[in-house]
Design a protein around this ligand. Sequence first.
Ligand code: NAP
Length: 325
Amino acid sequence: MRSRTLGRTGIEVSEIGFGGWGIGKSMWGKTDDAESMRALHAAWDAGITYFDTAYAYGRGHSERLIARLFKEKGKPATVSTKIPPKNMEWPAHPWTALEVAFPPDWIISCVEKSLRNLSTDCLTLEQFHVWTDTWLKDPLWPEVAETFQRLKKAGKIRFVGASLNDDPNSALELVRSGMVDQVQVLFNLFDQRAIDKLFPLCREKNVGVVVRCPFDEGSLTGELRPDTRFEPEDFRSHYFGGDRLGDTCRRLQALEKTVLGAKAKNLAIAALKYCLSFDAVSTVIPGMRKTSHVQKNVLASDGQYYDAEELKAIASHRWVRNFYD
Ligand SMILES: NC(=O)c1ccc[n+]([C@@H]2O[C@H](COP(=O)([O-])OP(=O)(O)OC[C@H]3O[C@@H](n4cnc5c(N)ncnc54)[C@H](OP(=O)(O)O)[C@@H]3O)[C@@H](O)[C@H]2O)c1
C-alpha cells in the first residue's frame, strides 16, 4: 500500500482508505457486524491507515466498530468523523441559517459523542458533514469558528475538515478562508467536476482531499446490472430507481473500452486508479463491508495511474447527474 500526505495536516495516509458508511447499518440494507469487522481487519492487514466515518452512520455504530478494530489491533490509525447538521438535512441549502444546522452547543455535544464512540481523548479530523459557503457570511459564523478553536485548544480535536455537498464548488470560499485542513468530495469516472476548481485550489492552499463515492455507489464496480434490485431500506433503491441503473449501465461498455488495459484489468480498479491519478488527492475511500472487496480494492494502489493523454480520453465520459435528489 502506498501512502500520501493529507495536505497541511502532514499526516501520511494510505492511498486507499476505508469508507465507513455501509458498516454503520443505516441506509444500506442488511449489514452484518461480524462481516464488517472482518472487512475492517482485512483493511488494516492490507495496510489501510485511513478510516472515514460519521456520527450519522448508525448514530455512532460505524464509529464504534472502528474503535473496536483499533482495540483489537492494539493501536489506532487515522480516523475522520463528521458532525451531522442539527436539522439532519443533506445537502445543505444556502438559505438555511447556521443556527439551525451547526449551533455551537450542537457542535460540542457531537464532538463529545464521537470521542466516546471512538474511545479516544482527541479526534484527529472532525468534519462538517455538510456545507454551503453562504454560512461564511452568517452572523453566527465567527462563534462557530471560535468553537472549533476552543475545541482544538482543549485537545479534543486536531484538525477540521468538511464533507461537501455533491457540488464540489459549494465550498471554494471555505477552502480559501483557511478554516479547513481537509475536504471530502464526491469524485469518480462520471462526476469529474472536482478537477475544474476544487483540486487546483486545494493544491494551492495545501488542503488535503479525500475522494468519496469512487464507485458511484456501486455502478463503477461493473457488478450491477440493469435489473439489479435493492432492498427498500437500501438508499440505492431510490438512487438507482426507475431507469437510472439502466441508463448508467448503458454507459459502462464505452467507458470500459477507454479505461481497461495494462493499468486496470477491471472497472473497480480503473475507478480507483482514476481518482489516484490526481496529485491533489490524498486518499480515496471506497465503501466496503466485505473482505473480498477490500482485498480487491487495495490492489489499485500500485503507482501505475492514468497519464495526461489517458485522462483526456476519460474526460469524454464525464456525466454529471444528481441521483441523490
Ligand atoms: N456526505 C458524506 O459525507 C458522504 C456521502 C457518501 C459517502 N461518504 C463516505 O464515502 C465512502 C464511500 O462512498 P459510498 O460507500 O457511498 O460509495 P462507493 O464507495 O462509491 O460504493 C460503495 C459500494 O461499492 C461496493 N464495492 C466496494 N468495493 C467493491 C468491489 N471491489 N467490487 C464490487 N463492489 C464493491 C460496496 O459493497 P459492500 O459494501 O457490500 O462491500 C458498496 O455497495 C462512504 O462509505 C463514506 O465513508 C460520505
